[in-house]
Design a protein around this ligand. Sequence first.
Ligand SMILES: CC(=O)N[C@H]1[C@@H](OP(=O)(O)OP(=O)(O)OC[C@H]2O[C@@H](n3ccc(=O)[nH]c3=O)[C@H](O)[C@@H]2O)O[C@H](CO)[C@@H](O)[C@@H]1O[C@H](C)C(=O)N[C@@H](C)C(=O)N[C@H](CCC(=O)O)C(=O)O
Ligand SMILES: Nc1ncnc2c1ncn2[C@@H]1O[C@H](COP(=O)(O)OP(=O)(O)OP(=O)(O)O)[C@@H](O)[C@H]1O
Length: 497
Amino acid sequence: MKLEQLFDHMQFKKIVGQLPKTTIHNITQDTREVEKDDVFICIEGANFDGHHYAAQAVASGAIAIVACKEIHVDVPVIYVSDTTKAMAILANAFYGSPSKQLKMIGITGTNGKTTVTYIIEAILKGLQLGSGVIGTVGIKMNDEFLPTINTTPDSITLQRVFKEMTKKNVDVCAMEVSSQALVKGRVWGIDYDVAVMTNLSHEHMELHDNMETYQAAKKLLFAQLGNSYGKRKVAILNQDDQTFEDYREAVAGEVLSYSVKDRNSDLYATNVRYQETQTDFDLIYLDTIYPVHMNLIGEYNVANMLAAIGAVFALGYPLRDIIATIPSLEGVVGRMELVASFDDVKVYVDYAHSPDAMTNVLKTVDDIAKGRVIAVYGCPGKREFQKRPLMTEIGIRMSDFAILTTDETLGESQAEIWDMMKPGIPPGATNYAYYENRTEAIYRAIEMAQPGDIILLLGRGPDTRYFDSNGWIYHFTDKEAAINGVARRFELKGMES
Ligand SMILES: CC(=O)N[C@H]1[C@@H](OP(=O)(O)OP(=O)(O)OC[C@H]2O[C@@H](n3ccc(=O)[nH]c3=O)[C@H](O)[C@@H]2O)O[C@H](CO)[C@@H](O)[C@@H]1O[C@H](C)C(=O)N[C@@H](C)C(=O)N[C@H](CCC(=O)O)C(=O)O
Ligand SMILES: Nc1ncnc2c1ncn2[C@@H]1O[C@H](COP(=O)(O)OP(=O)(O)OP(=O)(O)O)[C@@H](O)[C@H]1O
């Protein structure tokens, strides 16, 4: 694409200098990526101001700069009022509006986004469709995997990935849409067909002033679904969540509601039967009962399942065909993932790192455990300090034995984190222990387990990177620690006998 063609997509701008007839190589917001014939967009970020990097971008080969503040460089400058908005518009134009060629599902909510995207992926595979997933775990295009930094990447990365997806036979892309992405305009210009809400709970308060602004941030996904009826647009809303009425009012298109409690919702789950590793329920839609069998447990996963089924159904695929694919989903990585079992003891890894998620998981496990529930968890460093005593209290109250330990400290002192966790210990409680070292805490849980017990390793899910209090970053996974812990238990037993 030629420079002039690209900027034709922006009506309001001031061009200083003569745009050359050069074909653009790429557009980018990061000087560390600039190559010859790139367009560089200056973004004011949390840490840096891209305008200060304009000269460096030119030195690296940029042929034009997009800015909203005065800069002095030897290449044409396109001045706009908002460079973040310009970036979204230009990225969409540069890559040829690829999201219009895909069926797009956006999923927002505090908990359950990753799970819903992975259920949707399994359904799409079962329907023999090409699937794309973007979220916390990374980017997937059918079976190809790419890592990401953000749950929802910036607008240029997103448009580039959509373009790639169109080339790689992806039919449907299911992406997690974080509240930060909505507020920062990372998803501006994406033509969603379906927008899904999981739930809203008290999290990410370090990023939003209060619950009202957090709720308003997530509402943007539904308001941005569009205000015309040329293309079918559907919002999948959780009738059991406090946001239901508010978000319903924001949607111009059709709403498909789901619920595990209210039989008046469009998709209603009833007659739920939980087993140790599976769940059965009846899905009722327009008075017809559809039996569903899934390899996931917990009421919250019944809700996640309804949301995922609703999203694919809203795209026009038959409900019966969708439901037939569900048993093929083995589970979701790091979300109630069974990582070890021995002597009738089961060890699960779960990503629950908020009071709400912990409550849900512990309640679920309590319903199925034959013996005790042993929970191992800590609180992450550098953020959401107010969660620390709450998580401490919930774990001790809702498990039979809580082993408190370190989560990823991100450079904060673990002693400080523990000091903030301690006030949450219920007065007189004795069903807990504290081991600063997470490996030791996991080993201790495995050593003390008896037949019928369930061990929950909470907070880190499938994370492989561990950033400790001293600033060191190394490889650590709960799953590997659990497997080593089981081997160690048998070694110790062997030595005893
Ligand atoms: C606080 C925040 O939102 N940060 C995001 C933001 O970075 P930033 O604003 O700090 O950018 P910056 O580092 O100040 O740089 C400003 C500009 O200068 C440019 N620059 C900078 C240095 C340089 O040498 N050359 C250069 O060109 C940068 O490329 C950028 O264009 O823009 C980056 C690119 O899009 C993001 O990767 C980054 O997310 C960081 C990693 C982050 O942790 N974000 C969290 C808050 C977040 O977004 N989390 C949500 C999940 C939570 C939720 O549910 O809301 C997520 O979607 O991941
Ligand atoms: N619908 C739900 N309601 C409440 N808790 C849930 C729900 N779904 C999952 N959880 C809990 O939250 C944890 C995180 O789930 P998941 O990764 O799917 O959510 P997420 O929205 O992607 O979270 P994050 O944005 O932090 O990555 C799970 O491990 C589980 O403990």
